[in-house]
Design a protein around this ligand. Structure first.
Ligand code: B12
Length: 221
């Protein structure tokens, strides 16, 4: 019998180390097998995403910043992670749909798309139709796309500090054209802007997937 969701009997720290090492070794099969096993043994998708995958990438980013691994190795690791997220998509889609749509993307010039993919998946797990646009969506195209798809929520991600002004530009346009559209913002750019104040009542800064899930559940119709 498997333990209930959220409790895991396996040693999570050991699994983290194995996953991290297999990413660095470029071993896609092993990385994917570890992710499968953790889910099978009761880790939630949120826990897999944050405690295992996100934290491995944070450590890999640190290694890269210290010059201990090459850009190529970091690219290899993030490509494996993207493959794992896509491989697990069938486990993510909820059979119960709530007829609500969200759009998830990165602001213009922002190429870090793994965190916002996780955000989209958490909405999808909770019955939403999540439209994931990925990295670097030009502001004007995003505005046109919102007009076309009329989402219930927009989620914007940015990892780089210097993209904060682009977020401001997006939010100004959105506020004028879609004054009631709730907008979630998040990503590591805010680590250096802890005093960030959302500029409008319908803009919400969230740090991680627990907050995202609470929001997705609270907006169920
Ligand atoms: C992989 C990677 C890349 C890849 C991205 C590939 C891809 N497909 O996404 C590539 C090669 C493109 C890249 C490029 C660069 N990178 Co880079 N990259 C990374 C790395 C190693 C991992 C990023 C990642 O996926 N993390 C894991 C995800 C899951 O975490 P996350 O994004 O924080 O998301 C979580 C939360 O923040 C939150 N969240 C995220 N978005 C949102 C949105 C909403 C709405 C909500 C509610 C929540 C939320 O939820 C997630 C789950 O908890 C990081 C290291 C790190 N610390 O992350 C560096 C890092 C982000 N990169 C960095 C840098 C400097 C760069 C470059 C400038 C390097 C260069 N000189 O070219 C370029 C910039 C390119 C650009 N214009 O965007 C720095 C940023 C420093 C800074 N603060 O400005 C970091 C921190 C590395 C470092 N230690 O210095 N990078």
């Amino acid at each position: 019998m498997q333990p209930p969701n959220g409790t895991i009997n396996m040693n999570e720290q050991k699994s983290f180390e194995e996953f991290y090492n297999s990413l660095l070794a470029g071993d896609r099969a092993k990385s994917s097998a570890i992710a499968d096993e953790l889910l099978r043994y009761g880790l939630t998708v949120k826990q897999l995403y944050e405690n295992i995958i996100r934290d491995s990438l944070y450590d890999i980013g640190q290694m890269w910043a210290e010059g201990k691994i090459s850009v190529a190795t970091e690219h290899m690791a993030s490509a494996i992670v993207e493959a794992i997220l896509n491989d697990h998509y069938p486990q993510i889609i909820s059979s119960r749909k709530n007829n609500q749509t969200m759009i998830a993307t990165c602001v213009e010039n922002e190429f870090h798309q793994i965190g916002i993919k996780m955000v989209a998946d958490i909405f999808e797990l909770n019955g939403w139709n999540a439209i994931f646009l990925g990295a670097n969506t030009p502001t004007n195209d995003l505005i046109d796309f919102i007009k076309l798809r009329n989402p219930d929520v927009l989620a914007l991600s940015l990892s780089l500090d210097f993209n904060i002004p682009t977020l401001g530009k997006n939010l100004n346009l959105i506020r004028t054209q879609f004054p009631d559209l709730p907008v979630l913002v998040g990503g590591q750019a805010f680590n250096h802007h802890k005093d960030y104040v959302a500029p409008a009542p319908h803009v919400f800064y969230m740090k991680g997937l627990d907050d995202v899930e609470s929001f997705a559940k609270s907006r169920q119709i």
